[in-house]
Structures are given as C-alpha cells and as structure tokens.
Ligand binder design. Sequence first.
Ligand code: ZN
Length: 299
Amino acid sequence: MFKKTIIIIFIIIFLQPYAYGKDRLKIVTSIAPLAYFIENIGGDRVDVTTLIPPGGNPHTYEPTLRQMNTLSNADLYVKAGSGIEFEIIWMKKMEDLNKNMSLCDASEGISLIETDGHEADNEHGEKGEHEDEHHHHGRRDPHIWLSPVNAVIIAENIKDSLSGADPENSEYYHKNASLLIDKLESLKNNITAMLGEISNRKFFTFHPAWGYFAEDFNLEQIPVELSGKEPTPERLGRLIKKAREENVKVIFSSPQFSKKSAEVIAREINGKVVFIDPMSEDYINNLEYTAQLLQENMR
Ligand code: ZN
C-alpha cells in the first residue's frame, strides 16, 4: 500500500513538467532585457529564447540556423520595435518563417527620441551623408529599454500580448506584471535619489545607448561614437577638449563595443574607462549598478 502511494506520487511529480511543458507559450525575443520582462510576467507559463546572446551586438548580430528552427515553432515574438538593426534586417524574414506566430511590439506607446546624429550637423565636416546605413535607421534612438519609465510601458505591452495569446492565464500575467511594475517604479525612485546630488550632469559614453535613461534622470549623454562609427581624429580632439572643459574624469563604455577611442580620451584627461552594460538580462540590478557607477564617477 505504502509502496504504491510512493509510486503514484513519483508518477505525478515526474509527469507534471511534461503536462505543463506542453502548453507553455514558446516565445522568442531579440534581446536579453526583453527576456527579463517576459520571464517575470510569464513565469512558469512561458519558455523564452533570446536571439542575441549576452555580449552580442544588436546592431550587427545575425541569427543562427538553430535559432531559425526555434522560430518556426514559436507562438509569439516580442520585438523591441524601436529600430534596432537586427530587427530591421531580420524581422520580415522571421515572420515569413512562421505565419502562426503572433507579434508583440514592446515599443508601442513609447515616443522615440532622436539619436546622436543631430550633434553631427553642428560639426564641420561630419554631416549626415557619412552616416552608416546599417546604424540607427531614421535617426531614432532604438535603446528604449534603458529607461525605467519606458520599462513600465514595455511590461504592459508584454502583459497584454501574453494575455492575448493565452487568455486562460490572463489573471496570472496581470498579477505578475503589477509586481514587476511596482519594482520598476521603486527602481526609478531609487535612481532619482542616487543621482540627485550630482551637479555636473553631463556624461561621456562610447556607444550612445543611454539617451532614454538620461532623459528619465535629467542627465546629458555625450556620445564618443557617432552613427555607429569611431570618431575621426578631429572629433576625438574636440571631445578631449570638451571633457577637459567639463572636468569629466570618466568615459563610460560597454562590453559589446571596442573601447579604443574611449581609452584615448581617458588617457588624455587623466581619467579612466568604466563599463556599463546596456544589454544585461538582470535588468533591475544592472540599472541600479549602472546608477551606482554614475554616482561614484560623476561630480
Ligand atoms: Zn546600441
């Protein structure tokens, strides 16, 4: 009798994941920060695949054959929708691969800001005609996810799409989304408090990923890279001069990008390069850590 019960319990425990696994939503997304939102809202009702690996560059990445295969079985694709090159180049092909896949546009309801390009117009010899065709199309900044304010909108878009794809569990997705949104709101308040005391609100970044973040916290991002290109020697000279004038001691860079010109500027101003990551999947901790690095290094 006792043995039988144990066997039955074992069967229940071991078969459970298969029963669950069957109707989990299979979701594919472009970048790791979006996977964080999907996993937090979808919980144990979703299987998430991220196409661009950690450390991968969303401006140049290409999907593998195996990823194309995963796509052909997906229920839902969550795209950033803000104009990252990867999606501009691949989204149509990926949709054609799986006509049954529904689409969630994470950027719906977010107003896109202008990218670094406009600064070039004021600078002699660096007008738009040199712009890299594969970078930041339409001159809109694609890095929407780095703003906690936008993150709340993204969370709501994902919640709506999950509920649409799996209405039976809608209540579960709503509950998870409101927990996540609470966390994002306290994240915003924490960072506002952390950065409140900084008097010089300009910061230099190699890759201009932090425009939306800067907007949330009343900071000003000065990009080293322009339209996806290393600066010319002339521009580098101007940046060094500007950094000296602004009494800046740190150039922020990110692990996805070459840091040579960031190091050149840092050396010239007797400063250093500090890494901040725009692509981390550990979204909340990463933004808090980023704010901590800004707080320590800005003055
Ligand atoms: Zn970028």
